[in-house]
Design a protein around this ligand. Structure first.
Ligand code: DAH
Length: 362
């Protein structure tokens, strides 16, 4: 009798494939082992096919042995596959780890222009004092821009603000590019009942061009109307804002009597500074710098908006946004804000998410 056919081969294949499975280091290698054992042209498949050449008894014994081998190999393959796929996932988790708390890459090209950056800072501070943001159109009528604000056409204040008129056949109530954000006061009081507490940042236009004037610039207007807001509240509000904005806790703030047609009494606000050595520095150094206008809303303005000055009162203020930005960030020439010069923007612009001083952190 010849020795039992296939018995040796089954044993050899078992040893071979178990070791091949154990040494596979990736799922792809493991799959290759599976194919070479159990695939269409695999060694175990070939042996199964050869069963037909054996005697019936031999076929039964070897068939059972081959089945066991197949099941053993499948079980070990499955176990190894789980181990390798878990290891692969672990490696991906380590290699593809992303720290979303890292700051954005410093080489990012885009910069936030100082004007919107400053607007954001202003809005943040006033929002923390309970102010909402109001908006009005850039193209206004003379009524909203002047008359309703107690500036009649004969008033010299009209000449103080070199106005751009839009072409028109009309001689009265012409359309203008707003010379100030103050018309937003009127629009707000006409559309909303007190209590009112708004700021209105936006574009303004005057026919002027030099180191500190451009035909378009930005202002922010403030308005508070209720039944008891007084000059003391105005002073506290303006002082808190200026100290938070410039990040100087003891910044001196002075209110100087002044004149605006839409407020009575009116004041101009100065902040402390030093001009020693030709360099402007803000702080408690004994010198003063004018920064904004303000006052108690004039009874005529309240009346023009349908409010009773016997019942309602409040304050308003207005300031130039680029002027604030120039002072805070040491930018010497207003015209450069509007040159669209990338070198300037790279120098004076802000990284997105920059928070310029601790007072502004929420
Ligand atoms: N509208 C003024 C200007 O453009 C600024 C201003 C001053 C606004 C005093 C105010 C204010 O609301 O009360 O020069």
């Amino acid at each position: 009798m010849t020795p039992a056919p296939m018995a040796d081969e089954i044993g050899t294949l078992k040893t071979f494939f178990l070791s091949a499975i154990a040494s596979a280091t990736t799922e792809a290698e493991l799959e290759a082992v599976r194919v070479s054992a159990l695939g269409k042209k695999g060694s175990i498949t070939a042996l199964t096919r050869a069963l037909g050449t054996l005697s019936p008894e031999e076929r039964k014994t070897r068939g059972a042995e081959l089945n066991t081998l197949k099941n053993d190999i499948l079980a070990v393959l499955d176990k190894q596959k789980k181990i390798l796929s878990a290891a692969a996932m672990q490696e991906r988790l380590v290699n593809e780890r992303l720290d979303v708390t890292l700051p954005i890459r410093p080489e990012a090209e885009g910069r936030v222009h100082p004007t919107p950056q400053t607007i954001e800072e202003i809005v943040t501070i006033f929002a923390s004092m309970g102010f909402a943001v109001a908006k009005g159109p850039d193209i206004e009528t003379e009524y909203y821009n002047f008359e309703a604000l107690n500036i009649p056409s004969s008033h010299p204040a009209r000449d103080m603000q070199a106005t751009f008129f839009l072409p028109s056949a009309e001689k009265t109530n012409q359309t203008v590019l707003r010379t100030q954000t103050s018309p937003v006061q009127i629009r707000t009081m006409l559309h909303k009942k007190p209590p009112i507490r708004i700021i209105a940042p936006g574009r303004t236009y005057r026919c002027d061009y030099d180191q500190t004037h451009t035909p378009m610039f930005h202002q922010v207007e403030g308005l508070v109307i209720d039944e008891k807001t007084n000059m003391g509240h105005l002073k506290g509000c303006v002082m808190d804002f200026l100290r938070a904005f410039f990040g100087i806790d003891d910044l001196p703030v002075r209110f100087r009597p002044s004149y605006f047609p839409f407020t009575e009494p009116s004041a101009e606000v100065d902040i402390g500074c030093s001009r020693a050595g030709g360099e402007l520095k803000l702080g408690n150094y004994g010198d003063w710098l004018e920064i904004m206008g303000c006052g108690m809303v004039h009874p005529n303005v309240l009346k023009n908006c349908g409010l009773d000055p016997e019942k309602h009162q409040g304050f308003a203020f207005g300031m130039g946004i680029e002027r604030l930005a120039m002072l805070k960030y040491g930018i010497p020439d207003l015209r450069t804000f509007f040159d669209a010069d990338m070198r300037w923007l790279r120098h004076y612009g802000f990284m997105p998410f920059d928070i310029p001083n601790p007072a502004l952190r929420g």
